[in-house]
Design a protein around this ligand. Sequence first.
Ligand code: HPA
Length: 271
Amino acid sequence: MEKRMHNALAFLKKAVGDFIPEIAIVPGSGWEEIVSIFENPRCVEYADIPEFPQATFHKGRFVFGTLAGVKVVSAGRLHYYEGIPVEETVMPLRVLRLLGVKKVILTNASGGINPSFTPGSFMVIEDHIKFGVPSPLRGKNPDFLGVRFPDMSQVYSKRIQTALFRAGEKAGVPLHKGVYLQTAGPQFETPAEIRLMKLLGADAVGMSTVPEAIAAVHCGMETGGIACISNMAAGISETPLSVEDITNTAARSVPLMKALLKEAVIEISNL
Ligand code: HPA
């Protein structure tokens, strides 16, 4: 794993020279469109990087560029449900950390459990619950990245949460805040599972983000998260869930996602 990461790092350095992004963005459903407003985008496909994990749902690629004058990189998401070992799904972020990236914004589309949410609204992630997904830190600890038993009492940096709320105000995008719960997927939840998750204190549910957040904190990246509530979770609304409806709602939210992330990178780079 260590050798593969260093090989990938060498490959990236060759591709982007001394360009070191300040902020990484991991785009969830809908959010991938953000790269269309990057200035001077430079794309590095995961498929071209030796022994790098391959994406089957989102676009497997890094896109380097600037957004509102801030050096950024988007890292295409890999999900556990794709059959990729969980420790491999966090490889793109870890390689970016080795490149020198110190902050990350994780984004996703998720189901609303909190009844005050509505489809198309946004939630700043305050904390998370890992539900049936293995830890990306299992196995031999990569000591060159972080410690064996990292603290998780503040996964989502308070400073970044505050910066995201400021960004929301500037962009005119109202933001909820809450707890995100990740399942292994790929099936959506049953209404009984959603009732349990509500009891556990979850406000939104999805199939991503948590392993990345754990790995990011482990390797010392300051972490923030935003969920787009693309639907109400099973049983909260009577409508059966479909990936098409979720994708359509996420697609309708793209202009807001762009406005929010643009302000967010400005606010976060000023921290
Ligand atoms: N459940 C799980 N994952 C999701 C959902 C959901 O309701 N919506 C978008 N991703």
